[in-house]
Ligand binder design. Structure first.
Ligand SMILES: Nc1nc2ncc(COP(=O)(O)O)nc2c(=O)[nH]1
Length: 290
């Protein structure tokens, strides 16, 4: 994408509720860092997805492969077997679903099952066929900043200028997607909080979301319950705040991200973020709401 590219028209298929979009996290994996195993059971997963929609989530993001640092890969069939039944049942319940996968085959089958958005933490790097799947399906595609598989990503957190490099690497992903025939209006960018980044890198990216929103694409922020929040909220003994205790900080980030012009936030606890965004909206409207 040239720097002069005009702002793409609004992509079809992306929720645009007139406020920051809330994407509810539904990891149907035994080992995700914050909710691993809780929704490994299909019925429990579907019930939780419906509950997040009822709490206000505009999308429920279904993932079948843990991306926590150090996590190994699961076989494609295992990933598909985890997510497809849940996607189908959520769609049948009228829930708008995004599929959180780096595999084109899984994305293709999830879209065929009714998933409305492809959420690809690899930004198209993990599977060269993903762009063709997205171009063919004409569904929105979240391109997250990524530098390599979870198993090794912490070794890749070396930056001279994290803002400039993340921006440049995301622009390269946009260019590759457009070159592969993807309509740029379908693209969403994501800084990849916690992926090949230290806490300092995460804060630097959050502090200057405008560097990414200025590219003219919707920006999604996924900071929910991540380790850098556990570090921020660590006890006097240095023990990290456990993931379940990070929802207040997550909601604060949701409010600040919304205020910074993010298109959406990806969170585990939908209610607290809905409330935080309601405050942000009211605050932004000032006395006119009185
Ligand atoms: N677009 C996007 N998708 C993601 N999927 C998984 C995780 C890992 O966190 P989880 O284990 O809580 O899902 N983080 C992101 C993220 O930051 N952005």
């Amino acid at each position: 994408m040239s720097e002069r590219a005009s702002t793409p028209a609004r992509p079809p298929g992306l929720p645009r509720p007139g406020r920051c979009v809330v994407v509810g996290v539904l990891n149907v994996t035994p080992d995700s860092f914050s909710d691993g195993g809780r929704f490994d059971d299909r019925d429990a997963a579907v019930a939780h997805g419906v509950a997040m929609r009822d709490a206000g989530a505009d999308l429920v993001d279904v993932g079948g492969e843990s991306t926590r640092p150090g996590a190994g890969r699961v076989e494609p069939d295992v990933e598909a077997d985890r997510v497809l039944p849940v996607v189908r049942e959520l769609v049948a319940e009228g829930v708008r679903v995004s599929i959180d996968t780096t595999r084109a085959a899984v994305a293709e089958r999830a879209v065929a099952a009714g998933a409305a958005v492809v959420n690809d933490v690899s930004g198209g790097l993990a599977d060269p066929r993903m762009a063709a799947v997205v171009a063919q399906a004409r569904v929105p595609w979240v391109l997250m900043h990524w530098r390599g598989p979870s198993a090794t990503m912490n070794r890749l957190a070396g930056y001279e200028d994290v803002l400039g490099e993340v921006r440049a690497e995301l622009v390269a992903r946009v260019d590759a997607a457009v070159l592969a025939g993807v309509d740029p209006s379908l693209l969403v960018l994501d800084p990849g909080i916690g992926f090949a980044k230290t806490a300092a890198h995460n804060w630097a990216l959050l502090r200057r979301l405008d560097v990414l929103t200025a590219l003219g694409f919707p920006v999604l922020v996924g900071a929910s319950r991540k380790r850098f929040l556990g570090e921020l909220l660590a006890g006097a003994d240095g023990a990290l705040r456990p993931p379940a205790g990070r929802d207040g900080a997550t909601a604060a980030i949701s409010a600040l991200a919304a205020h910074s012009g993010a298109w959406g936030v990806r969170v585990h606890d939908v209610g607290s973020t809905m409330d935080a965004i309601a405050v942000t909206t009211a605050w932004g409207l000032g006395a006119s709401r009185a």
